[in-house]
Design a protein around this ligand. Sequence first.
Ligand SMILES: Nc1nc2c(c(=O)[nH]1)N=C([C@H](O)[C@H](O)COP(=O)(O)OP(=O)(O)OP(=O)(O)O)CN2
Ligand SMILES: [Zn+2]
Length: 123
Amino acid sequence: MYRLTIQTQFAAAHNLVNYQGDCENLHGHNWKVEVRVAARELDKSGLGIDFKVLKRQTNAVLDGLDHKYLNKLEPFLDLSPSSENIARYLFEQLGEVLNTDNVTVEQVNVWESDNACASYSLD
Ligand SMILES: Nc1nc2c(c(=O)[nH]1)N=C([C@H](O)[C@H](O)COP(=O)(O)OP(=O)(O)OP(=O)(O)O)CN2
Ligand SMILES: [Zn+2]
């Protein structure tokens, strides 16, 4: 099995729901996003999936979050937009566009800061 990872980022505002502390107030982050996929086989170019495709599809999903107030977006109307829930949302959205017989989205890591990351994965 081959494993490929890309990194990208988005900026957005949010506030944690049902949370007591500073983070219940509106604030923002520059989230770094890492997407890891597994590929069973390589194509004739030796690629599991083109990094360009992986980045383009990821950025297309992130465009829906970039420079938005996450709490006001449909996926987070009834769900606190924590990094954990953002990671799961991205995992599910990316699975819909990237999963094939050959490629499987395995893990999404969402870095809220340089030292805090939440992940969602297959198991
Ligand atoms: N498990 C999680 N914990 C927290 C999340 C989260 O998404 N998942 N999010 C937050 C807040 O979004 C908050 O913005 C982060 O606050 P904090 O960790 O305090 O960030 P700081 O940069 O202020 O870190 P310090 O090291 O405390 O200065 C909170 N927790
Ligand atoms: Zn925050």
